[in-house]
Design a protein around this ligand. Sequence first.
Ligand code: ZN
Length: 79
Amino acid sequence: MIEIEVKAKGTYLKEHYPFEDVPKLSDKKLCIHCDKVFTVKDFKVFKDETGFEYICCPNALECDGTVIDWFSVDEEEKF
Ligand SMILES: [Zn+2]
């Protein structure tokens, strides 16, 4: 897996986000792999040997969570 530098993260997310509700870059998400809350704009992108691009947890490579492991966070909740 090679990390890709994405400059236009908002556009990237709109084009590659696998689900319908594309989050805002300022949204907070919980990664259930590392159990940490992060800001969406900090996501990383990795490409595998086949050229498939994965939207990953900001804590990659320590964390192997990808976009499918992100859960919405209620801003009012304290973690
Ligand atoms: Zn994670």
